[in-house]
Design a protein around this ligand. Structure first.
Ligand code: CAA
Length: 239
């Protein structure tokens, strides 16, 4: 059974991805950064083993990949899902808000791919799925940091796809729209109502809508799909 690691995999979109991958026959482990209670509850409910580390810190990532490999097996499916927001207009955005979002949302993709790619090359099999965002495709008022990081993920995906192809490793991105999670619920209610009004399907996404896409892209026979971005956004942004 192939081992799949979902970063930020105990809450929100990540939790749905973890359980969907498990249901599709993968041995899943999930990482989390800080919310121990949520992670313990998730592990108890699903049987999915959880690991606490900061995806923006390459030393912690290295230690965690080593432990997961020893305790569970080699990671051959990597879902870079962990992400944060520090929303503010540029003029109110402090440098630490920029750094935190770039390091956590984009630097993490470097860290985790750098540490698992060699193993995938050895296996002649790998699936990397990076979670981008509609806001990386279209931009969003108050999110120069987040939009830059998520947009970076889309470029990262297309570059790494070219490096992985001859080793049987596919690298794809999913660009979720606004999904009903704690992150989106933190958007001021009046702003969120205006955003929902612009979604043709007329609702926020469900975490499961995104998880379904990850299962599709990580399938054994999805080997001709690489370097692509799957937009799952209720029609909010099309191109
Ligand atoms: N376009 C143009 N003008 C806008 C605007 C927009 N989209 N949004 C706000 N403005 C205007 C306001 O009307 C206001 O103008 P006035 O002063 O003339 O009234 C001005 O900009 C300042 O707006 P705010 O009062 O909202 O400014 P603020 O500093 O209090 O807050 C903000 C700014 C924190 C960015 C807040 O607007 C906000 O939280 N916006 C939501 C950002 C968002 O969508 N984040 C997504 C998080 S979820 C996520 O990221 C997941 C994912 O991948 C989709």
């Amino acid at each position: 059974m192939r081992v799949a690691l979902v970063t930020g995999g105990t809450r929100g979109i990540g939790a749905a991805i973890s359980t969907f991958l498990q249901a599709s026959g993968r041995k899943v482990v999930a990482s989390y950064a800080g919310n121990v209670d949520a992670a313990q509850a998730f592990q108890k409910a699903t049987g999915i083993k959880t690991y606490k580390f900061d995806v923006s810190d390459i030393a912690q990532c290295e230690e965690a990949v080593k432990r997961i490999t020893e305790e569970v097996g080699k990671i051959e499916i990597l879902v870079n899902n962990a992400g944060i927001t520090r929303d503010a207009t540029l003029m109110k955005m402090e440098r630490d808000m920029w750094d935190a979002v770039i390091d956590t949302n984009l630097g993490s993709c470097y860290n985790m791919c750098r540490l698992t790619f060699d193993g995938m090359r050895e296996s002649r099999f790998g699936r990397v799925i990076n979670v981008g965002s509609v806001n990386g495709q279209a931009g969003q008022y108050g999110q120069v940091n987040y939009a830059a990081a998520k947009s970076g993920i889309h470029g990262f995906t297309k570059a790494l796809a070219q490096e992985g192809a001859r080793f049987g490793i596919t690298v794809n991105a999913i660009a979720p729209g606004y999904v009903d999670t704690d992150m989106v619920r933190a958007v001021p209610a009046d702003v969120l109502q205006k955003i929902i009004a612009r979604i043709p399907v007329g609702r926020l996404g469900h975490a499961e809508d995104i998880a379904r896409g990850v299962v599709f892209l990580s399938a054994e026979d999805a080997d001709f799909i690489t370097g692509s971005t799957l937009s799952i956004n209720g029609g909010q942004h099309m191109y």
